[in-house]
Ligand binder design. Structure first.
Ligand code: SF4
Length: 490
């Protein structure tokens, strides 16, 4: 459900062309200029530093703010308030409930008048005060979407806390944060910074289950629930344990995350979060334990960073690597696969596919290159795979045409285009990301779903033959005669 906080002028027309509904998706330059002129230069510079843009730099999927919204909605005792155009908030609350948020999305609407006079900031402030009940909440997250960011609504001036409830203001404009993955980092980093500053001031709450007896490895990146369990088992022979997963599900887990001996940047796009861990003096390890090679390299890197003796690192590897090798041999993948997505874990999945025996000529991600995916890029390129960062839909479609894969794993439009061509397709977000990926569990899980899809290739060919002749593009359908375009009014 969406709760609308006060505004007497909600629903009136927006202030100017630069601040029209929905323009953040398309009018990047104009919105960026407006935001800079309205006092958000420092915010924009920070976003440009953390999420460098180009060659592709505009959202081609859901609104990026969905990433940070989802992170907040999944946390216990945390309220979220959006400030933005009604159409954007409608879309964001719809998609969050589609994905089972079961939590209220707060909304402070605006109008030309409240935007121009500064009343919107007062409305947001009133809403936050109304919400800040320490019996129910640890934190309130306030998010400026495109129009309030472009208009300079100064949410950073909100009180740092109200009645002991932390207030976390973030700007997540689509013209500064290219993907929803990177928007998760905006909120994760803001929360880690807040928690780090609290920890510097004095004692903070212990984890709900008490502190781990073994030094911990903080896991950076949302994962399938089985993955942290498997990682914990792999770390055990080195005398380490899996720590919290960031983004966390509870405020107090942030302190435990900052307290980790090592941070594993399993998902490579958490640039802001990594900066907070570096401020806390924690070493950060790239890549993830995927496949045999990936797991071996990752255990080496984690063990080294944690100061584990070489013999114990070897013991950890001997415990798990033979089983992974055996599983890879038992469940091979045979076929040519192109892979793309906007989750940020695409290179890891590609590694596992290659180790399973698949031919992967192209892997692309909408996220930017960072040092935390560098070992994966190098490993894949050494095996003949073209790796593309900040890839566009057009890049992915061109790759599909160039490489003629047996299976295309990608976003919704990529899968749709694959099916139109009679190629089997799998949705990266709903199918691949919703399975274990790490260690031994990842091997069988990926092979099962990919092999099932590869086995459908012949069926897609039959479907294409069946629908042959029903038209394509704007001529899709069965027409008595082809529709004529009226060029003079088109
Ligand atoms: S808030 Fe999201 S949906 Fe709205 S204009 Fe910005 S990028 Fe587009």
């Amino acid at each position: 459900m969406t709760t609308v906080y006060q505004s007497q002028t909600a629903g009136a027309a927006p202030a100017s062309k630069a601040t029209s509904d929905g323009e953040g998706c398309h009018a990047r330059d104009e919105m960026t200029r407006a935001a800079a002129a309205a006092g958000k230069r420092a915010v924009l510079d920070g976003l440009a530093r953390d999420y460098p843009q180009g060659p592709h730099d505009r959202p081609q999927s859901m609104c990026p703010a969905f990433g940070s919204l989802r992170v907040g909605l999944r946390m216990r005792r945390t309220a979220t308030v959006l400030s933005g155009s009604a159409c954007c908030v409608y879309g964001l609350s719809f998609i969050s409930h589609f994905y089972g948020a079961r939590r209220t999305v707060g909304y402070v609407p605006f109008s030309s008048e409240t935007l121009v006079t500064g009343q919107l900031y007062e409305d947001i402030r009133d809403a936050v005060f109304e919400l800040a009940d320490p019996e129910r909440l640890d934190a309130v997250v306030v998010t400026n979407l495109c129009v309030p960011t472009a208009s300079g609504v100064p949410i950073q001036k909100l009180p740092r806390e109200i009645n002991g409830v932390r207030v976390v203001p973030i700007d997540v404009p689509g013209f500064g944060v290219p993907t929803h993955a990177e928007a998760k980092d905006v909120l994760a980093a803001a929360m880690l910074r807040y928690a780090r500053e609290e920890a510097e001031q004095g004692p903070v709450a212990a984890p709900r289950g008490g502190r781990s007896e073994r030094p911990t490895v903080t896991l950076l990146g949302e994962m399938f629930p089985v993955d942290p369990v498997g990682i914990n088992m792999m770390l055990q022979p080195m005398g380490l344990a899996a720590g919290p997963v960031v983004p966390t599900r509870e405020w107090r887990e942030l302190y435990a995350a900052l307290d980790g001996r090592v941070v594993a940047a399993l998902h490579p796009f958490y640039t802001g979060a990594v900066r907070e861990f570096a401020e806390a003096g924690r070493p950060v390890v790239p890549s993830a334990p995927v496949g045999r090679d990936g797991t071996a390299a990752w255990l080496d890197a984690v063990g080294d960073a944690a100061g584990v003796p070489a013999a114990r690192i070897t013991a950890a590897k001997e415990e798990v690597l033979p089983a992974i090798r055996a599983a890879l041999e038992k469940t091979p993948i045979r076929g040519r696969i192109t892979l793309s997505g906007y989750e940020g874990s695409e290179l890891l999945v590609a590694r596992l596919l290659v180790e399973s025996g698949a031919e992967v000529p192209y892997v692309a991600t909408a996220c930017a290159a960072t040092p935390w995916s560098e070992p994966d890029r190098a490993w894949l390129e050494a095996r003949g795979c073209e790796v593309r960062y900040r890839a566009s839909l057009e890049d992915d479609l061109a790759a599909m045409d160039a490489f003629a894969p047996d299976l295309a794993i990608g976003t919704t439009p990529v899968v749709q285009a694959a099916k139109e061509r009679g190629i089997a397709g799998l949705y990266f977000t709903n199918i691949i990301s919703a399975r274990p990926l790490m260690g031994l569990a990842g091997v069988g899980a990926i092979a099962e779903v990919v092999n099932a899809a590869l086995g459908q290739a012949e069926r897609f060919g039959r479907m294409r033959a069946f629908f042959e002749g029903v038209g394509e593009g704007r001529e899709t359908g069965v027409w008595p005669s082809a529709p004529k375009t009226l060029e003079e009014v088109r």
